[in-house]
Ligand binder design. Structure first.
Ligand SMILES: NC(=O)c1ccc[n+]([C@@H]2O[C@H](COP(=O)([O-])OP(=O)(O)OC[C@H]3O[C@@H](n4cnc5c(N)ncnc54)[C@H](O)[C@@H]3O)[C@@H](O)[C@H]2O)c1
Length: 386
């Protein structure tokens, strides 16, 4: 039975520990806070109890799975791990310090992986004596339920690490895609306009939150509208990811964060978890207004957000962040989009997508609306993505 180490017993660390233990590994969960370890252990007991109650596993299976997991505050317990997955705070310096320690605790061929959402894997590898064993394995929240895992090789990663990490994660029942070590990888890059363009439409007073959410759900087929989703993710987290991606892209205006969301973050209106966000979740909160169910307005909203998403997906392909298939898989499985964005572009007609982007560009004269050269080339060559 191989052993997997998890550094960081928070939301992600606990979820990944569950996935690895369910796949039959011994799992060592390490955190520097005993409070975090206790909470993680308690959550795991709760999850296993629920799984048994729902008939998803037997008592004996839950017992066996639980006994495969060890909680510790000593990194030296990682000694026998074939892979250690780091899931501590999203802070490059903290991660670099942690990686230096992890490397002194594991054998020379153990894989050292990070679950970072957007930081550079190559920068983490630079801290290691054997940087060829570093890799990004980016799970989505909640890790046991979300199938997608982005695998991100650093500049230093060797083929054996890549192969071993990917097949391990595949064997856990996950769908893996490969992304270049660039800010936001695939999902957290391509999805930015879902939030950013919706916020822009709101700020311009074109429609309110409920109407934008209605348009994206009812006309677009998305599971959640952008504002419901931002409240669900947490405006603190969603804003920070946008800001990180924006800075990491040398302030490219396509990823510019919004003051509206910044103010919600400042006010601790983080969404569901604090009781208030774009919407009010407190008991006795006023009933939400009805959306303006105007088909023409709804179509304008959907088209505007959708072409911005398609532009971003095309740019990711154009700049070789990932393959066409992996971009589609990432967006349908990582954020449950109803269709792959490139396939959606084919359906709409790439020429029409380009026209719509150009209308926005001419209207606003902002670089944010620049059309990806790949889309223009495809129109010239009369090509589709699929
Ligand atoms: N929460 C999400 O939706 C999500 C999704 C994908 C990826 N991520 C990434 O996963 C990582 C963890 O996120 P999270 O939401 O689980 O965070 P979290 O705050 O819930 O948990 C982090 C844990 O790491 C521990 N920790 C911090 N520094 C440590 C150290 N030096 N040594 C040992 N333990 C340490 C903390 O005590 C805490 O228990 C981040 O890099 C984040 O960007 C988060």
């Amino acid at each position: 039975m191989t052993t997997i180490g998890i550094l960081g017993a928070g939301a992600m660390g606990g979820g990944i520990a569950q996935v690895a233990a369910a796949a039959g590994h011994k799992v060592i969960v390490c955190d520097h806070l005993s409070l975090a370890l206790n909470k993680c252990n308690k959550n795991m007991q709760g999850t296993l109890k629920t799984l048994v109650e729902k008939g998803k596993m037997t008592d004996a299976e839950a017992y066996a799975m639980n006994s495969r997991i060890t909680y510790t505050d000593h990194m030296s317990d990682f000694e026998s791990c074939v892979m250690v997955i780091e899931a501590i705070a999203e802070d490059i310096e903290a991660k670099q310090v942690a990686f230096r320690s992890v490397e002194t605790m594991v054998t020379k061929d153990a894989i050292i992986a990070s679950n970072t959402s957007s930081l550079s894997i190559s920068a983490m590898g630079a801290q290691l004596s054997h940087p060829e064993r570093i890799i990004g394995v980016h799970f989505f929240n909640p890790a046991p339920l979300m199938r997608l895992v982005e695998i991100i090789p650093a500049l230093q990663t060797n083929a054996a690490t890549m192969e071993k990490a990917r097949s391990l994660v595949d064997s856990w029942g996950k769908t893996t895609v490969i992304a270049k070590d660039t800010p936001g990888f695939i999902v957290n890059r391509v999805a930015r306009p879902y939030y950013g363009e919706a916020l822009r439409i709101l700020e311009e007073g074109i429609a309110d939150e409920v109407t934008i959410d209605w348009a994206m759900r009812e006309l677009g087929g998305f599971k959640m509208g952008p504002f419901e989703l931002m409240d669900f993710i947490g405006n603190d987290i969603n804003y920070t990811v946008t800001e990180t991606v924006f800075k990491a892209f040398y302030y490219d205006s396509r990823y510019k964060p919004s003051f509206t969301q910044k103010r919600l973050k400042d006010a601790h209106y983080w969404g569901r978890k604090t009781g208030r966000g774009f919407y009010d979740y407190r008991e006795g909160a006023p009933v939400r207004p009805e959306p303006v169910q105007d088909k023409k307005l709804g179509k304008y909203i959907l088209d505007r957000i959708l072409v911005m998403l398609i532009n971003e997906a095309a740019e990711a392909l154009y700049l070789r962040i990932a393959t066409r298939e992996d971009i589609e898989t990432a967006m349908t499985q990582g954020v449950n989009y109803p269709k792959g964005l490139l396939y959606w572009a084919d359906q709409i007609g790439i020429e029409l997508v380009v026209q719509q982007l150009d209308v926005l560009y001419v209207e606003y004269l902002e670089d944010r609306y620049r059309c990806c050269p790949l889309l223009r080339k495809m129109v010239r060559d009369k090509k589709n993505f699929f």
